[in-house]
Design a binder for this molecule. Structure first.
Ligand code: M6R
Length: 609
């Protein structure tokens, strides 16, 4: 997730406006920033890694000529957050400048093709290919103007994008295009703007035009023209008036970042499915060669590791050891060695316990692999291979979209490994891959269909003094994560156990009316879980079950239930089944009058041990 912005002014300098608008988009990304302006048929660019204020101090972003320009604030996906990878990117001659939010899936093929035609690339990004592609299209079709060349080039791009593009060929225009990544236009009497989000221009105008997938927009001092990308047919769309305050706009109208981030999960899951195959392949190759594999993390990321240990075992027959990073040194510090592999998982990539565990393993010559949401973080710098989880910045302290994105990437790695090891049939792999592709829609359906019901349940249970969360098999990880969410933001003491363990002690706490949340997908554990539900009911527990749609057996036993669409393979269940638990925690916190974005005593990134 990155932020893009562009503006064409009737008079005045564009750069200061771009700079202050990027500042308002900083919640979309903040590892590098860049601006391109156009004046007297020449493009000027300033860009650098670092936060906007730091880069402004260094380069003075306001001091650039021209009434037209584009800008970008980056959250790295392809290529580390370095100056060279910062946007805007240009073609070979520096006549085209481009900013982009999204992921171009076929960039490697296009890059090779363009390199063979003599184009020189300076960055590791997917974005840069678009500048060269437009250059090449114009070279081969000199009769095309800038807009026509962009249209032709877009037809060759696969993936998600919101582009804003400048060219000396039509120096009074910005061309924008959208597929899956957000894009809005704003306008007032003196200017026209394009941006990833409304907050970027809300202090300048409340008149906005929403751009849809598959549309191209040309901005100039004359206004805006929208066309369909597939046939260049014109589209008429009038501006709407935005009633949001700037604060509401940053949260896109949601009252808190956490609920916005829960709702973002379908899009984030789509992004995770675009991760380049060769990264997944590389990481699974290292895992395949390992003698022993430790999955190391803290908090929510640890729960992703716990779920992953079931995925690796069931799909690739690879035993792995999930370990709390804070325990790694004591538990394995002496035995970890050159034949060990550590897969560290961390949203921030900065968690002190995780970094310490990795450093210890590294000192003892183990191989370090990682998964993080923050490219450029300490973890990426000390890992042999890392994969970015593509969730974009998460502002709510409670991890939500970063958890489901970690799970999606881990599932893809497990599937790759499974293919390599030939442990399950190709049919089964194909079916799992198909189901994985459907998860964004499944999660969307859960949020759409269950949110109101969960709000009511949160009201009903908000006065409860203690909660139990139980699950069997991979659902143990889901139960652990649901418990953590409720505890950390609604401050309700909660206990989570594998359901089978509950009768070895915790069951003594059960008394009349105590709520027990059961995570019960219809997998191999289903029958046994029914037995565990009976045990709890017999002692007066109140059962709240997360079930597969139409699971009449559990419906008849539960006091309340939340349904998840049918047909999710067991190893993928944590992704959709955790969503109702995130919503339950969120609405319980709100019901109790707490701010879920800033739970007491917690920090987003825990950098002390
Ligand atoms: O950035 P990391 O994933 O390494 O963070 C690990 C934990 O601190 C984090 O998951 C924490 O438990 C969250 N607040 C959970 O919502």
């Amino acid at each position: 997730m990155c932020g893009i912005f562009g503006c064409v002014l009737r008079d005045g300098n564009a750069a200061p406006i771009i700079h202050s608008s990027l500042k308002r988009l900083e919640y979309r990304g903040y590892d590098s920033v860049g601006i391109a302006t156009l004046s007297n048929k020449k493009i000027y660019i300033k860009k650098e890694q670092g936060k906007i204020d730091e880069v402004h101090q260094l380069l003075n972003l306001d001091n650039m000529p021209g009434n037209i320009g584009i800008g970008h604030t980056r959250w790295a996906t392809h290529g580390a957050p370095l100056q060279i990878n910062s946007h805007p990117h240009t073609d070979c001659k520096g006549d085209i400048a481009i900013v982009h939010n999204g992921i171009i899936e076929n960039f490697l093929e296009l890059k090779t093709e363009l390199q063979n035609l003599g184009h020189t690339f300076v960055s590791k990004t997917d974005t840069e290919i678009m500048a060269h592609l437009i250059e090449e299209t114009q070279k081969q079709n000199p009769h095309l103007n800038f807009e026509q060349a962009v249209l032709a080039s877009l037809k060759r791009i696969e993936g998600s994008y919101a582009f804003a593009i400048l060219s000396t060929n039509q120096p009074d225009k910005i061309i924008c295009a959208r597929n899956e990544s957000p894009l809005v236009i704003g306008l007032n009497d003196n200017a026209i703007f394009c941006a990833s989000d409304i907050p970027a221009f809300l202090s300048l105008t409340n008149k906005a035009v929403l751009i849809n997938n598959g549309e191209l927009v040309t901005l100039s001092t004359q206004g805006y023209e929208i066309k369909k990308i597939n046939d260049a047919s014109p589209i008429t769309r009038n501006p709407i008036t935005i009633e949001w305050t700037p604060e509401m706009a940053v949260k896109q109208g949601y009252p808190h970042f956490m609920i916005k981030e829960i709702h973002e999960q379908p899009q984030v899951l789509c992004n995770t499915l675009r991760i380049q195959d060769h990264y997944l392949d590389l990481l699974s190759t290292f895992l395949d060669r390992a003698n022993e594999v430790f999955l190391v993390a803290c908090g929510t990321s640890y729960h992703a590791c716990l779920a992953a240990s079931y995925m690796f075992s069931k799909l690739a027959f690879l035993p792995t050891y999930p370990v709390y990073a804070s325990e790694f040194l004591e538990q394995h510090g002496k035995s970890v060695n050159i034949d060990s592999t550590i897969l560290a998982v961390s949203q921030s990539g900065e968690t002190a316990d995780t970094i310490a565990a990795v450093a210890c393993a590294q000192q003892r010559a183990a191989t370090v692999l990682s998964l993080t949401n923050t490219i450029g973080s300490t973890l990426t710098r000390i890992s042999r291979v890392y994969i970015g989880t593509q969730a974009g910045p998460e502002i709510g302290v409670a991890a939500t979209k970063t958890f489901t994105s970690q799970l999606s990437v881990l599932a893809q790695i497990a599937l790759k490994l499974s293919k390599k090891r030939g442990k399950i049939s190709q049919d089964e792999i194909d079916s799992l891959e198909e189901k994985l592709q459907q998860l964004p829609i499944v999660v969307e359906t859960i949020v759409t269909n269950q949110e109101e019901k969960i709000k009511t349940l949160a009201k009903k249970y908000s006065k409860t003094k203690l909660f139990f969360y139980l699950g069997r098999g991979i659902s143990t990880a889901t139960a652990f994560e649901g418990r953590l969410k409720l505890m950390e933001i609604a401050y309700i003491p909660s206990i989570a156990f594998p359901a089978g363990e509950s009768k070895h002690g915790p069951i003594s706490l059960i008394e009349d009316g105590l709520p027990v949340v059961f995570v019960c997908p219809k997998d191999d554990t289903h029958k046994t879980v029914i037995g565990n539900i009976m045990e709890m009911k017999a002692r007066g527990a109140h059962i709240l079950a997360i079930i597969e749609e139409g699971d009449e057996a559990i419906k008849s036993l539960a006091d309340d239930y939340i349904e998840v669409p049918k047909g999710i393979p067991s190893v993928l269940t944590p992704i959709p089944y955790v969503v109702p638990l995130q919503l339950l925690a969120y609405y319980t916190a709100v019901e109790k009058g707490y701010n879920p974005d800033m739970p007491r005593n917690l920090a987003k990134s825990v950098t002390v041990r």
